[in-house]
Design a protein around this ligand. Structure first.
Ligand SMILES: CC(C)(COP(=O)(O)OP(=O)(O)OC[C@H]1O[C@@H](n2cnc3c(N)ncnc32)[C@H](O)[C@@H]1OP(=O)(O)O)[C@@H](O)C(=O)NCCC(=O)NCCS
Length: 197
């Protein structure tokens, strides 16, 4: 069971947040955060109106996530509100079940204080303890410099580039890259890819 005990983290500006696994009872708050705080961020691909999960369905998803040993849904909360969310999606096919993809968003007011780093460190530590997992993966738009700096500093390397993979309604066309960090004690074989962004 992917249950992370509650830990308190103090941000660079002294504010505090609690990090813990999301539970079924968080369904409404998590669903709201995904629509209003998560998918409204510039460099995320899915639009809020494309997220069709209802709060009730969210509750079920969180419960199932908690039962799955190879999935993690980590939230940060402060003053009763969700301020950041990290969510995994592990491939269930037997030939690929060692690959765990994740996404993370910290709400705007809480960015730059160390929350993202703290959450990904917990993810890495958790994944290193899951026998079936070998690779943590993510996709990131190459223009998202803060996120890429964070991932590099935590040992992620670039494994691939998708040119023109993301198209905005205002006409911008951006590349995105696949980054990976191994969690089985071996070093990542990826190379840094220069991009046009
Ligand atoms: C990317 C994100 C998750 C990082 O979380 P965060 O809490 O803001 O990041 P942290 O405060 O832990 O910063 C860690 C590192 O990120 C980098 N970083 C953060 N903000 C930065 C900025 N404005 N410019 C450049 N680098 C920055 C630094 O390397 C920093 O290292 P440091 O700890 O040595 O200062 C968060 O900013 C976010 O949710 N952004 C919007 C959604 C998004 O882009 N998600 C990722 C999609 S792949």
């Amino acid at each position: 069971m992917a249950l992370i005990e509650q830990t308190e983290v103090t941000l660079k500006d002294g504010r505090r947040a609690l990090l813990r696994s999301a539970r079924g009872g968080d369904g409404w708050r998590v669903n709201r955060f995904i629509r209003e705080g998560f998918l409204t961020q510039e460099y995320l691909i899915r639009l809020p109106e494309e997220y069709l999960v209802t709060p009730w369905q969210e509750r079920g998803r969180l419960r199932r996530r908690l039962q799955a040993s190879d999935e993690l849904m980590l939230l940060a909360e402060a003053n009763g509100a969700v301020v950041a969310l990290l969510s995994t999606n592990t491939d269930k096919r037997r030939r690929a079940r060692h690959n765990c993809e994740f996404g993370i968003t910290v709400s705007r007011d809480w960015q730059g204080g160390g929350l993202g780093r703290a959450m990904i460190e917990i993810l890495i530590h958790w994944a290193e303890g899951v026998a079936t997992l070998e690779r943590l993966e993510l996709h990131v738009v190459t223009a998202n410099a803060p996120a890429i700096a964070l991932y590099h500093s935590l040992g992620f390397t670039v494994e691939g580039l998708r040119r023109g993979a993301v198209k905005y309604q205002d006409g911008r066309v951006l590349d995105d890259q696949l980054m990976c960090r191994r969690v089985d004690g071996t070093s990542a074989p990826g190379t840094k890819v220069e991009t046009s962004a």
